[in-house]
Design a protein around this ligand. Sequence first.
Ligand code: ADP
Ligand code: GLC
Length: 494
Amino acid sequence: MPKGLNILFCTSEVTPYSKTGGLADVSNSLPQELNALGHAVRIITPKYGPLDERKLRIYEIKRLTGIEVPVGDRIAICNIKSSFIVSPKGKVQVFLIENDEFFGQTSPYVDAKSGKDYPSNDERFIFYNRAVVQVLGLLGWQPDIIHCNDWQTGLIPAYIKTIHSKDPLLNSVKSVFTIHNLAFQGLFPHKSFLKSGLPDNIYNENGVEYYDQFSFLKTALNFSDIITTVSEKYAQEISASHEYGYGFEGILKKRKKDLYGILNGVDYTVWNPEKDKLIPFRYSSKELPLKRENKKALLKHFELDYDAEVPVLGVISRLTDQKGFDLVEAILKDLMSENIQLIILGTGDKTYQKIFENLKKKNPKKVGLHLGFSEELAHLIEAGSDIFLMPSKYEPCGLNQMYSLRYGTIPVVRATGGLADTISEYKNGKGNGFVFEKYEPAALLNAVRRALKLFKNREEWIKLVRQAMAYDFSWEVSAKKYVELYRSLIKKEK
Ligand code: ADP
Ligand code: GLC
């Protein structure tokens, strides 16, 4: 058996401490799986807002308080707190970086009052990135791999290769950068670069500069040893066209041999209808009448009538353009003319919130709407819906379509990114959902109608539901792929 690796996992969100989307789920479950494979993983993340430190078992580490981290020409103070993610898979230590000025608010990136990005996001994440590399020296623990995720961690690979290149703890460390969403790039003016403490000679096209701006994402793409993203299809898409590459397709093409697509997995200790503590009736594929009980509970929650013959379509999503809501908007009239009920859980763009509020007003008996973030409701919607809508414009991986499969809630998706890699059209008894290709309202409507038609055929529908529930997207396979990559990097060095 080769020796286990030391891996530092850097992330700007991780459940149960923070969450805006799938990154938080991945940051919780991938480290656990790596840990279960025999590697020593530690997570390092900002501690946002006032958290219930007793409930979450967050403790102070006395010797890691009052650490001075330079941000521009001032010094910010960092305290490190410690907590553990504990599950049947084992125990993973989480270091939480505390600084009330930068992370005193609960919302990670967006000011809840204005609905806009915090104006200090440059300083907030320069602070986080510098704190990570600085703290390592104090932990007395040497990682073999630093695994960074999305732009919020993008400067770490550059610090390792520049101002910390002679640091004995860091000079042999390899960095992996995972793209969860290329549309978020951490773009700031040149003056933000000056606050980073990175050397002037990397402010150029091959370094950190992106059309006269400082990009955290570009920094990561140029300085990390390996780049991964969260599905094979998305890896192809982002290096092949501007539509998906958002201007980074050039670098990604150039680094193609270092770019890998590894599909996210599902944590079936959390997303599993047989064990889910957040739903009223637990069920397996052999107990589908119990799924109906969840459907009743879901409709009751939204004060809607239950009718076994009426399919419930569920949506759980950030309400943004990425998720295809302009297509949904375009077919709402047609959708409402069908004999269906629609349940939406989401937060995000005001425009979409308004559209769904109006929809609910006009169709009070057909639509259930919760504008907000609710973990509990997300589980109930997975369990109680018949069909799950996810018509994304692009989708690096997508988790909800995989969760839906396990709950026997049939996904209707667009064939992009991870959706294309996990969902296939149900045809001649094979497949697990309904898939459309073109980003057009008619194509979405058609796919929904195919699902509605099959729903009427009870026997066939149940066959599909059972088939969907049998799909297995456990983390183990993907975690092993990450380990292979980590090892290949370390071998390269020798
Ligand atoms: P993304 O990360 O792009 O938002 P994913 O499908 O990868 O998309 O992950 C979304 C995660 O966030 C899922 O765990 C989903 O259940 C959760 N989620 C999204 N919106 C909400 C919400 N309003 N309330 C509760 N959970 C939500
Ligand atoms: C991003 C992507 C989503 C992916 C998640 C976790 O938020 O939008 O597709 O599943 O990250 O990797």
